[in-house]
Design a protein around this ligand. Structure first.
Ligand code: DGJ
Length: 692
């Protein structure tokens, strides 16, 4: 709805109100972003209701936050655009179409177009397109979004950790200061995912007003949340240019996505999930169930031989895997991680007849075949480096290595051509339907902007040439899984840690931004290769069932009983995967300190699958109370514990649950909940609830 002066977007419980013409030629101001203000709020009244603040040390005229705070004088927060030219900006045009608004701003030389689109899932997609006439006006920072949030926003939740411990949650109070989250690694890195949640005091999984934000950029990024002295909280996010870089003459910021929910983190997360599913992910994801993976990495590392790989494929097929992914180690000279990156031809010693015999075997078992690649990288010890030393990105004269590897100069067209040709050849000559696209180091030096655009461009070209090939984004685990990568990939390798206890936490938090069907998670070996912790098969399988499930262990080491149990879990995943991969994901907080839960409910509320894990032993001997969200309140549901169940867990189930005849209404399950007792730490229970 628009008037001459106001632009109002409204969708799925969220609204945005812009005062497009506060004064002749003045910059538009954002009067509201957040809760739905209804079909026809009185815009003039909302605008006129702002108090006149009579207080010391204030500008005489206090103005609401503009669409690009700081491009006019008199704004003392972090500017949304940082440039050396002090130009005066005016509004050239404001137009509205199909739930989106475009604002054109002009100065004597430059043009900016700001786009706001409020999607059907209640997510505000924003972007700025710009034309800069000369280098001095090209900004070093231009926010893709700048939004004032409610003044009652007091807390911030950001995610980031480390390699093998991605997506750790950190909370900050939003006091009288700015919180700045920046990644300078040319990718998000493991420590700074480009997304956050901000909300009212004490917001949690189910309570509080929460804003969720995510930047669709696969490089260095910046997010700023700041409380102005006057009380307004302003959020900004966009691409971070490296020190020596600034925006190109024709620049498009990445898209930035912001949502709002009055229903805590679960509400904001669910809006992001629906948006990602419907508007970001490639359509290919909808066309078939996500196949269960078998990945070779932790089973063989670099030691590839045909007989072993075929034996692993046999066992993988027998327990129910549907896609076999040959990880690192298959290409010429790759016997360790110190050599061969860049030489994308099959190793003739390990594979004298090429990949064909292995692929044939895998395909004969009914499995798809996938291949690991790391196209952007090069080892100094490689044929490619010896042939084209000038293709390597350097920092001045220095060659900084990480995992013994350097980054290719992706901006050079000949590098992209080389990579396209190499990958195109592999995909054309072999029956490969999947690539695991890895990136095992940070990007140093040079322009990070061009780097990201070049990588996207390469992936897009490859996808266009091979539309049936799916791609997984991996960067030593979850180092690059922003919404920009999600537009061009079907799966995220969330972490290298297959420690199910750590992974449960990592997945649960990654799911704040990533819907389960794209969040790759594997059943690893009983003793985790990274943490050394030994965990039971049920927990490992239960955790893997709530994502895009896979296996990553030497199946030859499992005895018949274990193989049988693993295959039962995979069978369960297959029968529930439609629900898990399309339903509504919930973070559940059971009572006490020792338990944690997640669940997925069907969109028609007739069914749900819930996982409770005993993560600790602080209150050993005490159970927990779990409440089950997402079900039809007045409907009676059958609640069943899904077999296989560990003996000690089964023994402590209430008699009705144990006998399989527990029937409760959605209301009782949601409000009274179930007392559960998992007697041992590191144990888990899977519950299926279905309307009867
Ligand atoms: C890092 C990835 O995260 C692992 O899964 C594996 O693919 C290795 N790279 C291979 O080098």
């Amino acid at each position: 709805m628009t008037t001459d002066r106001f632009q109002y977007l409204r969708n799925a419980g969220v609204s945005l109100l812009i005062d497009a013409r506060p004064d002749q030629e003045a910059i538009p101001r954002i009067l509201h972003f957040g809760a739905d203000l209804g079909p026809s709020p009185d815009f003039d009244m909302i605008e006129g209701a702002s108090p006149i603040v009579v207080w010391g040390a204030r500008m005489d005229k206090v103005r609401p936050v503009s669409v690009l705070p700081g491009i006019e004088a008199g704004y003392f927060g972090t500017p949304a655009m940082v440039t050396r030219s002090g130009q005066k900006w005016r509004t050239d045009n404001v137009s509205a179409k199909d739930n989106s608004v475009q604002i054109r701003l002009g100065s004597s030389d430059d043009r900016l177009t700001l786009t706001y689109r409020l999607t059907g899932q209640g997510v505000l997609a924003t972007r700025v397109s710009a034309e800069f006439s000369d280098p001095t006006s090209r900004p070093r920072w231009l926010a893709a979004t700048s939004l004032p949030l409610g003044t009652d926003v007091e807390e911030l939740l950001v995610v980031g950790g480390d390699w093998a411990r991605e997506f750790a949650i950190q909370r900050h109070a939003i006091g009288a200061h700015a919180v700045v989250i920046e990644s300078r690694r040319g990718r998000a890195g493991h420590d700074r995912f480009p997304g956050l949640f901000a909300g009212t005091k004490g917001f949690n999984d189910d309570h509080g007003e929460v804003y969720g934000l995510s930047v669709g950029w696969s490089g260095s990024h910046r997010m700023v949340v700041e409380r102005l002295r006057e009380g307004t909280v302003v959020i900004q996010a966009g691409e971070l240019f490296s020190e020596t870089d600034s925006a190109p003459a024709n620049y498009e910021t990445p898209w930035c996505y912001t949502t709002y929910s009055p229903l805590g983190l679960n509400g904001a997360m669910q809006a992001l999930h629906s948006f990602v599913r419907e508007e970001i992910l490639p359509r290919s994801i909808r066309s078939k169930p996500r196949p269960v993976h078998y990945n070779t990495w932790e089973a063989v590392y670099f030691k590839h031989d045909l007989a072993t790989l075929c034996a692993l494929a046999d066992r993988a097929a027998a327990v129910g895997a549907e896609r076999f992914v040959l990880d690192d180690g298959w290409f010429k000279g790759r016997s360790h991680d110190r050599a061969a990156l860049g030489d994308w031809i099959v190793d003739p010693t390990k594979y004298p007849d090429g990949l064909t015999p292995l692929i044939r075997h895998v395909r004969s078992l009914g499995l798809e075949f996938g291949l690991w690649v790391e196209p952007e990288m090069i080892n100094p010890d490689s044929e490619l480096a010896r042939l084209h030393p000038d293709w390597i990105r350097r920092d001045g004269d220095e060659l900084l290595l990480q995992r013994h590897q350097a980054v290719l100069d992706m901006e050079r067209p000949e590098v992209r051509t080389y990579l396209y040709d190499a990958l195109h050849k592999l995909l054309s000559e072999n029956d490969i339907s999947y690539l695991k696209w890895d990136m095992n180091r940070d990007v140093t030096g040079g322009s990070h902007h061009e780097y990201v655009r070049s990588v996207w461009n390469l992936i897009d070209r490859l996808r266009a040439g091979h539309p049936l090939v799916e791609i997984e984004t991996c960067a030593s685990g979850g180092g690059r899984c922003d919404y920009g990568m999600l537009e061009r990939t079907e799966r995220v390798w969330v972490s290298d840690s297959n420690d199910a206890l750590d992974r449960f936490d990592i997945q649960r938090n990654a799911n704040l931004f990533l819907p389960p069907e794209i969040a790759g998670v594997h059943v690893g070996p009983s003793t985790c290769h990274i943490t050394g912790r030994k965990l039971g098969l049920d927990l490992r399988a239960h955790v893997a069932m709530f994502g895009h499930m896979g296996l990553e262990l030497d199946l030859r080491q499992l005895d018949e009983r274990e193989l049988q149990r693993l295959s039962q879990h995979i069978q369960n995943h297959k029968s529930f995967r439609h629900l898990v991969h399309s339903g509504c994901y919930w973070r559940i907080e059971p009572t006490g300190t020792d338990h944690c839960g997640i669940g997925v409910s069907a969109s028609n509320k007739s069914e749900g699958l819930y996982l409770v894990v005993r993560t600790g032993s602080e209150q050993l001997g005490r159970g927990t109370l779990v409440k089950f969200p997402g079900l039809e309140m007045e409907q009676i549901h059958a609640v069943s514990a899904v077999a296989p169940i560990a003996g000690h867990v089964e023994q402590s189930l209430g008699p009705a649950l144990r006998m399989g005849n527990l029937r409760l209404s959605g209301r009782v399950l949601a409000h009274r909940g179930l007392e559960l007792n998992l007697p041992r730490p590191e144990s888990s229970l899977l519950l299926h609830v279905k309307a009867v």
